[in-house]
Design a binder for this molecule. Structure first.
Ligand code: G3D
Ligand code: MG
Length: 256
């Protein structure tokens, strides 16, 4: 199966705040779970489908609280999102959020999605107020959620938010890339790729899209009559010039 998107999310937080429980609760649709002995991490693979979009999500469950830098870097360097979990009735776990946040700094860029989770809201007592946590989350540019992994409250909301944001950011990134291209360059890219592919329209458009960075996001399965490659091919065959606007329109009609 081809996936339109593959994302990797790393879950951090003190021991026993409920990281594993949150992942287990979310991943009813788990495909498989693997243990990675080098990072001592359990990786949960989840396949999700929304409209016609197939998503492959890898969730890395850390153990032992604060991470050894080597271990963290091998796990976090290509992460698309981070969830930091604390327990609403344990102050030390909330204070440590700052330390996890510091630890992941080297692996964050403008496309990384960050979420702070206050878990165990089914417990009647709490020592950290919602406002206190929201303020911290806002300061760190994180979205804040309160969950109960035990009862299931809000667990799906955390992951839906992350996936929505990640897809949105990928599309924005692509838009920026396309908007940075002049129409003439776009057509030149296509023509060059077609020549390189011996005028095979599908090969040629595949090459052109790849060099524009589009192929990675919209893989082969979107090649039906409504697919980008097909539309490109037909346009090229008919001698029509492709504009960035066409490309954006196609992407939007397929994905939004
Ligand atoms: P961790 O992976 O962060 O170390 P776990 O944490 O998911 O292993 O959970 C630690 C303990 O907290 C477990 O209790 C688990 O059942 C409990 N727990 C997790 N989430 C919640 C929650 O939302 N509410 C409540 N009340 N408990 C929760 P045990 O006793 O099994 O060790
Ligand atoms: Mg655990």
């Amino acid at each position: 199966m081809n996936y339109n998107y593959t994302f990797k999310v790393v879950v951090l937080g003190d021991v026993a705040v409920g990281k594993t429980s949150l992942i287990t609760r979310f991943s009813r649709r788990t495909y498989k779970v693997e243990y990675d002995p080098t990072t001592e991490t359990e990786i949960t693979f989840v396949k999700l489908q929304s409209k016609n979009i197939n998503i492959f999500l890898k969730i890395y469950d850390t153990v032992g609280g604060l991470q050894d830098q080597n271990r963290l870097s091998s796990m976090a360097s290509d992460a698309n999102g981070f969830i930091i979990v604390y327990e609403i009735d344990r102050d030390s776990s909330f204070l440590n959020v700052d330390r996890y946040y510091e630890q992941i700094q080297p692996y964050i860029n403008e496309s990384t999605v960050l979420v702070l989770v206050g878990n165990k809201i089914d417990i009647k007592s709490r020592s950290i107020s919602y406002d206190q946590a929201s303020i911290k989350a806002a300061r760190f540019k994180m979205e804040y959620f309160e969950t109960s992994a035990k009862v299931g409250t809000n667990v799906d909301a955390v992951f839906s938010h992350i996936l929505r944001e990640l897809i949105k950011r990928r599309i924005e990134e692509l838009n920026r890339k396309l908007e940075g291209l002049r129409e003439k360059d776009l057509n030149e890219t296509l023509k060059a790729a077609m020549r390189e592919a011996g005028d095979d329209p599908f090969e040629g458009t595949a090459k052109a899209l790849k060099s524009l960075g589009i192929n990675a996001v919209y893989p082969a399965e979107l090649t039906g009559s409504a697919g980008i490659k097909h539309q490109f091919s037909m346009a090229v065959l008919n001698g029509k010039n492709i504009t960035a606007i066409d490309v954006l329109g196609l992407i939007r009609s397929l994905h939004l």
